[in-house]
Design a protein around this ligand. Structure first.
Ligand SMILES: Cc1cc2nc3c(=O)[nH]c(=O)nc-3n(C[C@H](O)[C@H](O)[C@H](O)COP(=O)(O)OP(=O)(O)OC[C@H]3O[C@@H](n4cnc5c(N)ncnc54)[C@H](O)[C@@H]3O)c2cc1C
Length: 325
């Protein structure tokens, strides 16, 4: 088995930005991705628009033009990252999930499962950069009924909810945006938030504006100071500012945040902070395990324009470590 200088895990925007840097730094590397290229973005709601302008999502110095400078959609972003990965001819092995990282004396052995059959495969590398993001491990409510089939933690097409009664739980942008898009698809929407007013939620101003408009029109019903008590097949029991009620619903959509999956790093002894993210050196992006680095959303850098710069530091650190030996 050939030992690579670096293996990057995850081909989301930052895994790809890291790959471009690694190529430019002359490193011998491969990228292992559990799903398709940019699987994380594929799973975003269809037609979703990014809040950031295109230039903030761009990587590797490749321009990201959009018609009339509009904010990029999920589809535009997928197209852009695909083109960049092809133009750079990046060595990305898709449908190859890293199941386990084994630490050896001066390298890492990565155990992977290759789709479609889950064929076990192994890779060895001197350094590993984990860019697995936080998409894929949604927080769930911890109440009775939270795992019933009509309780969802993500959605793709808003039209699936046409004329259905949907309780959306969450006080952040994803929940706010879902409320708007589902209301616009003629769903009957209740938006359950924890704060006493919608204005106290974490919605971006333009999302709040759009929600308030639909509240006025009677297309979104806000439920403030809400605690979900339990979910039954036909209804959700909740306590809110308006009192305790049993709300008849067809779907419950809980959009209450994402958290990193500790499966790869925790067994190696990487400590996780109170925010649920793996601890690392803020300068080098190396964890307490020499040669094991983290980048992207997994390393706290939520915005792509921040993470793309910081992952350059991580690659510079990898290069230093590899060349020093
Ligand atoms: C709805 C939504 C809207 C957003 N809007 C913006 C915005 O406007 N501006 C902005 O800057 N950011 C935005 N973000 C955040 C941005 O998308 C993330 O910061 C970015 O995707 C992080 O990139 P990443 O490469 O670190 O991780 P991800 O994009 O999450 O990619 C991680 C990849 O790792 C793969 N992976 C996971 N586990 C394994 C494994 N074990 N083995 C192999 N591969 C694995 C996954 O399949 C995935 O493809 C938004 C996020 C969401 C959810």
């Amino acid at each position: 088995m050939r030992q690579h200088e670096l293996i990057i895990i995850g081909a989301g925007p930052i895994g790809l930005a890291a790959a471009i840097e690694a190529k430019r730094a002359g490193l011998d590397f491969v990228v292992l991705e559990a799903g398709a290229l940019c699987q994380s973005l594929i799973e975003y709601p269809i037609g979703m628009r990014f809040y950031s302008p295109a230039d903030e999502l761009a990587i590797g110095g490749y321009p990201f033009p959009t018609p009339h400078d509009e904010k990029p959609s999920r589809e535009m972003a997928l197209n852009y990252y695909r083109k960049v990965a092809s133009a750079e001819n990046l060595p990305v092995r898709t449908y190859e999930r890293v199941e386990r990282i084994e630490r050896r004396s001066d390298s890492f052995l990565l155990h992977t499962a290759r789709l479609p059959h889950g064929t076990p495969t192994w890779y060895e590398a001197r350094c590993v950069l984990v860019c697995t993001g936080i998409w894929g491990k949604e927080r769930r409510l911890t109440v009775e009924g939270a795992t019933l089939p009509h309780v969802l933690t993500r959605y793709d097409e808003p039209i699936r909810f046409w004329r259905k009664r949907v309780l959306i739980v969450g006080s952040g942008n994803s929940a706010g945006e879902a409320a708007i898009r589902l209301a616009d698809s003629d769903a009957r929407v209740w938006l359950a938030v924890e704060p006493p007013t919608l204005e106290q939620c974490k919605f971006r101003p333009f999302i709040l504006r759009e929600i308030l408009l639909r509240v006025e029109e009677g297309r979104i019903t806000p439920l403030t100071e809400t605690h979900i008590l339990r979910i039954l097949p036909e209804c959700a029991d909740l306590r809110c500012a308006q009192g305790v009620e049993s709300l008849p619903v067809d779907f419950v959509l809980t959009l209450i945040g994402l958290e990193p999956d500790p499966t790869l790093l925790a067994p190696l002894g990487v400590p996780f902070g109170a925010d649920g993210k793996p601890q690392h050196d803020p300068e080098t992006y190396e964890t307490v395990i020499p040669g094991l680095f983290v980048g992207g959303a997994l390393s706290q850098d939520g915005f792509i324009y921040v993470a793309r710069e910081r992952v350059r530091q991580a690659i510079a650190s990898v290069r230093e470590r590899v060349r020093a030996e």
